[in-house]
Design a protein around this ligand. Structure first.
Ligand code: ADP
Ligand code: MG
Length: 234
């Protein structure tokens, strides 16, 4: 479904992503793990068209997208839940959710989707008219996820969805990611918490300083002694 071949992202003289190749098949939950600064967010941003490639190619459902504009990539069916749950703080919860569907032409179905999402996130329904900035961190993350779902993506990318959340929200977020995949949406998730990521996903790629140093089925990665030592606390 998604294929990155030999992609690189540079920021001036900083090499953030260094010849990375990876793929995601339809229906999979794939994670990208690795320490802070490994190039995980830059990889997602490159897929979304937010960072230009220094080299390499990206195809989604067979279409080359490495030169497409971000809004066209969304239209093709990729949604991106960015790091730091960026909701629009001054806009209401409702307005934030409507922003998620602004590229959609099927307005009636979008309204039905909104209703369905509000059934799923009753706390958002209660707070529809409230500015998003007044929500708690966990509620803002739920809003960011609900907003991404409003685009009805076929591939949903999450960038550290649990970062900075209280433990009960962390569990909720991972349960939600699992549910979204079970409903048929393909997921590519970036996560610094390697253990939580490997418990949840089918396959994973480990990034170190912009390179893929290990990849495989989640259970094999969990059993790998080097990964256990470096990322899973022995
Ligand atoms: N906008 C930017 N300008 C310059 N350097 C950046 C920028 N964004 C990220 N970097 C650098 O690129 C590298 C990879 O960053 P990032 O993709 O954010 O890693 P991760 O998400 O794995 O923490 C880091 O060295 C980071 O400092
Ligand atoms: Mg990051």
């Amino acid at each position: 479904m998604l294929k990155l071949e030999d992609i690189s992202v540079h920021y001036g003289s900083t090499v953030a992503v260094d010849h990375v190749s990876l793929s995601v098949e339809e229906g999979e939950l794939v994670t990208l793990i690795g320490a802070n600064g490994a190039g995980k967010s830059s990889t997602l941003r490159a897929i979304s068209g937010l960072e230009p490639l220094k080299g390499g190619s990206i195809t989604f459902e067979g279409w080359p997208i490495e030169r497409a504009r971000p809004q066209d990539i969304i239209e093709r069916g990729i949604a991106h839940c960015p790091e730091g749950r960026r909701v629009f703080p001054a806009l209401t919860v409702r307005e934030n959710l409507e922003m998620g569907a602004y590229r959609r032409l099927d307005r009636q179905r979008a309204r039905a989707d909104l209703d369905g999402l509000l059934d799923r996130f009753p706390r958002l329904r209660e707070r529809l008219a409230q500015p998003a900035g007044t929500l708690s961190g966990g509620e803002q993350q739920m809003l960011a996820i609900a907003r991404a779902l409003m685009a009805r993506p076929r591939l949903l990318m999450f960038d550290e969805p649990s970062l900075g959340l209280a433990p009960n929200f962390v569990e909720q977020v991972f349960a939600l990611v699992d549910e979204i995949r079970a409903e048929g949406t393909t997921v590519l998730m970036v996560e610094q918490n390697a253990y939580a990521a490997l418990e949840l996903c089918d396959r994973s790629y480990l990034l170190e300083t912009g390179r893929v140093v290990c990849e495989g089925a989640a259970q094999d990665m969990l059993a790998n002694p080097e990964i256990r030592r470096a990322y899973l606390g022995g």
